[in-house]
Design a protein around this ligand. Sequence first.
Ligand SMILES: Cc1cc2nc3c(=O)[nH]c(=O)nc-3n(C[C@H](O)[C@H](O)[C@H](O)COP(=O)(O)O)c2cc1C
Length: 449
Amino acid sequence: MPARRYDSAAVDVSPLGQPLKFEFSGKVAKNRFYKASMAEDLATWNVDNLEERGIPTKELIDLYRIWGENEWGIIATGNIDIEFDMLDAVGDAIITPECPLSGPRFEAFQEMAKVTKANGSLIVAQLTHPGRQLAARIREDTIAPSAIQHPPKNGSVYAKPREATKEDIARVIDGFAHAAEYLDKAGFDGIQLHGAHGYLIAQFLSELSNQRTDEYGGSIENRLRFVSEIAKEIKRRVRPNFIVGIKVNSVEFQEKGIKPAEARIMCETFQALEFDYVELSGGNHEDIGYGSKKETTLKREAYFLEFVRDIVPHLSQTKKILTGGFRTTAAMVDALHILDGIGLGRPAAQEPRLAADILSGKVASAVRPVDGVVNDVILSLMSAGSQMTQVVRGQEPFDLSDEKAFASFQADLGAHFQRFAAAGGSLEFRGFPEISDPDNTSHPYGVPY
Ligand SMILES: Cc1cc2nc3c(=O)[nH]c(=O)nc-3n(C[C@H](O)[C@H](O)[C@H](O)COP(=O)(O)O)c2cc1C
């Protein structure tokens, strides 16, 4: 049986196929589809030798080649970290200030850029520092704007932060700027700062985590200083045609981290810094926020559309991309009245061909996962991760709209968590759940279930 899809009103999808020109860099995306960041857990990993961590593997490069073949206008990478031991997650790609612009790591990034761009997509690397969201099993101590530890969540215990010193801040600025320069030279089209989901840049922006009394804390202008210094240093080191974007997040706005009135100042600052685009999304580790708790009807399928309406009027030259919940062409085309690009995360794991299939008129919406997935953030994150792993193994991602496939994935996820618990925090443990049911691994990539 073909996968079940969301119902979509019939619409002319040609607006989604319109090119998007970035004002400051001058780069042009061939259409409005933005493959949102999804941490892949596919880079090299070595528990003992830090320098052998975070090199893009053949599998990681293959995944990007496949998205590149499928008409995504802009393809954002998963988190790329700027320290070997301050990671968003085990298996992320890594570029630190010590990494030279030559050698196996650099060549792997060059290859990743080349294959992704072969069919005209733009590739933008997401750069991240976890700050207080660093898992304690990776490293016990970390830096943050203030020494406020992240409470344990979903079985994760976080590193103990100290207040970042001026030297720490200088190291982070250098780390972001070096990574941007490195990626520019490796052939990437741009970078995106991860200023969302409670990571270090978001921690500086939010009063909840930033209680500093120096020039980096207090007023919104002061809380913006950290990201402003990073952006200026990046711009100083990259070529003028290199895209610089940022991802920000609605939860921090809605729940007193950033007040609505401050959003205007933030947007004006981003535009003055010449950010090519702002990607808006939701959630941090305390409240992941990709769920549908506020979703009442499919008409409001982008969870954050209302929030966008507060932000959009303050951005003109800086383009606006929204990620989170887009599933039907009707909603995507409608959103282009106020937005410039449509971000898709989980649907791009279930269907790496989705952008091409929508533009060719083959489908009018994404696969509709069973309710058990839609309503469970962990399940939907982990299943997307397993699907990406399937793609690089040459398998078609299993069909999340199928109850039987879902039931066996739930069992696989349970086994995965048991193995995680048994590993007792060992850093050898990595990866997404293994799909055990042969029915869900039997189709070669490209042959739908
Ligand atoms: C497996 C997985 C990994 C993710 N990793 C990242 C990440 O590295 N960086 C990021 O900004 N967002 C990450 N996200 C969030 C997505 O970019 C996106 O904001 C979220 O999935 C909501 O969009 P969607 O409803 O289209 O899936 C991840 C999501 C998934 C499912």
